[in-house]
Design a protein around this ligand. Structure first.
Ligand SMILES: C[S@@+](CC[C@H](N)C(=O)[O-])C[C@H]1O[C@@H](n2cnc3c(N)ncnc32)[C@H](O)[C@@H]1O
Length: 478
């Protein structure tokens, strides 16, 4: 057997019987069978003014393939929450297909998504742990492993059920890929952080040479800085090339020798990521200014980060539809975090598995344009459309209709956010409980905790969306 000799030829793929066979939707379920190309016919309109949303009755992969032909490179975000193939049958839809059929459907919807995404767009694929491993391989193949961004862990349940055999499963996965990862902006929380200054010189480090590319360093006023010794009492360093400063930056690359904290690879990677290097005065002491782009989300979407669980989604669904609501709704807060972090107002958000219409509802409330697809007529009539009508009529004052802002009760120390003061209070209290401050005056420790708690004591909720806007309905037909 011939083994691969380089990383480039080392192609490991997931294969299964029927992987390239067409998949269709018939008799209310997925089936193997030819799926003719579809076209879309407008069937109705709801609301006043220009329509910013489209609800399509059709099969997710067929409709996305049609859009990918018609409007390639237009979606900034595709969020998909397909049936997880749990082997169960819910009230509203069936969730047990042969794995090969389900995977072929996912391959087709992901392939169409790749063409539909804008170069700076991303796809978020929501799954539980049953199929996530296989879909990760499939998506690596379709989007390219280099475009994998994250496997976000969402805490879907706060209270575990105790019917499990070994371990209480309380999380879902959301696989995130960029159409072109290098074009993706950071997924910002919107929270500003004070920029941090990291000196690149670090006395005691091995002496090395760093090359700063042309235009990469902010050097203050325009002048010529001659090469030469730049040492002072505690730093031994040398500028190896003279620097012509024009427009506040170095016209050509220059080199410095010294005890640097970063290697050349790290410097290059930081510059690629947008880190600013600044040294306005001589003797030159370059500093990296990090964090100026604001805070980004971590891969943990948990209650501790202010995230809602399925319990909240079900409450919202019951309020919208009465009875038990939709079987498997996602919380609007989850989808709102994703939409806010990845899109700007007006951008197109697409969801090929509408269900009760959470993505469309949130995209509408946040001023994005949107398109969602649902295969089941019963789900479409009973949930998707009912909900979106309630949204534009202003009858849904929950979820992403609300804006919760945390406000400090008193002015915070410079650089500290409300969230940080709340976390600091929790940490200090936890450390006190574990005896970390033994020997310290207990009353002082309590005073510190109380002070941190009062700093972050208020939050304000206001209704930011109370109806309005319009959407159209469409039918996909062969
Ligand atoms: C997990 S639910 C989506 C729930 C949704 N995110 C919400 O918050 O309500 C999946 C939905 O996809 C629909 N569906 C299943 N297969 C489909 C397909 N091939 N094309 C379009 N819709 C499909 C099901 O009828 C179901 O309503």
């Amino acid at each position: 057997m011939q083994h691969p000799t380089s990383a480039a030829s080392d192609d490991v793929r997931l294969t299964w019987a029927g992987q390239d066979d067409p998949v269709t939707w018939a008799d209310g379920r997925l089936q193997w069978g030819p799926s003719a190309p579809v076209t879309l016919a407008e069937t109705g309109r709801h609301g006043d003014g220009p329509a910013t949303g489209r609800v399509v009755h059709g099969v997710g992969h067929d409709v996305l393939a049609h859009l990918a032909d018609l409007e390639p490179g237009t979606a900034r975000l595709v969020y998909m929450d397909p049936p997880y193939n749990t082997g169960r049958t819910f009230n509203a839809y069936r969730d047990r297909e042969p794995r090969s059929l389900w995977l072929s459907m996912m391959r087709q919807v992901l392939t169409a998504t790749r063409t539909l995404l804008r170069p700076d767009g991303s796809v978020w694929i929501h799954l539980d742990d049953r199929e996530v491993g296989r879909v990760r391989m499939l998506a690596d193949e379709i989007f390219g492993e280099d475009n994998f961004v994250a496997d976000v862990v969402w805490e879907r349940k706060h209270k575990p059920s105790f019917t499990h055999a070994q371990i209480a499963q309380v999380t879902d996965h959301i696989l995130v890929y960029g159409a072109d990862r290098s074009r993706l902006a950071a997924f910002s929380t919107g929270e500003k952080v004070e920029p941090r200054r990291v000196p690149l010189h670090n006395t005691g480090n091995t002496i090395g040479v760093l090359t700063f590319p042309a235009g990469s360093v902010e050097l203050g006023s325009d002048r010529f800085i001659p090469a030469g010794d730049m040492s002072s009492d505690n730093v031994t360093t040398e500028l190896l090339d003279g620097i012509e400063v024009v427009g506040g930056r170095n016209v050509a690359e220059f080199r410095m020798r010294g005890p640097f904290r970063w290697s050349q690879e790290r410097l290059d990677a930081e510059l690629d990521a947008g880190t600013v290097i600044r040294c306005a005065r001589t003797p030159l002491r370059p500093n990296a200014i990090t964090g100026s782009g604001g805070r980004t989300w971590t891969t943990l979407f948990t209650a501790a980060t202010g995230m809602a669980t399925n319990e909240a989604a079900r409450e919202h669904s019951k309020a919208l539809f009465g009875g038990d609501g939709f079987d498997t709704p996602k919380p609007e807060e989850l989808v709102a975090r994703i939409i806010r972090a990845t899109t700007d107002p007006g951008d197109l958000v697409v969801d090929p598995f509408a269900g009760s219409g959470t993505t469309a509802a949130v995209a509408h409330k946040l001023g994005r344009s949107w398109l969602t697809v649902e295969a089941s007529a019963a789900v479409l009539e009973g949930f998707t459309l009912r909900r979106l009508q309630a949204v534009i009529a202003g009858r849904d004052p929950r979820g992403a209709s609300l804006e919760v802002t945390e406000q400090a009760a008193q002015s915070l120390p410079p650089g500290m956010s409300v969230r940080q003061s709340r976390l600091a209070a929790q940490w200090v209290a936890q450390l006190a409980r574990t005896g970390a401050f033994d020997g310290a005056d207990a009353a002082s420790v309590t005073a510190v905790v109380e002070h941190l708690q009062t700093l972050a004591s208020t939050s304000r909720t206001r209704l930011r969306y109370d109806g309005g806007g319009a959407f159209t309905t469409w039918r996909a037909a062969a």
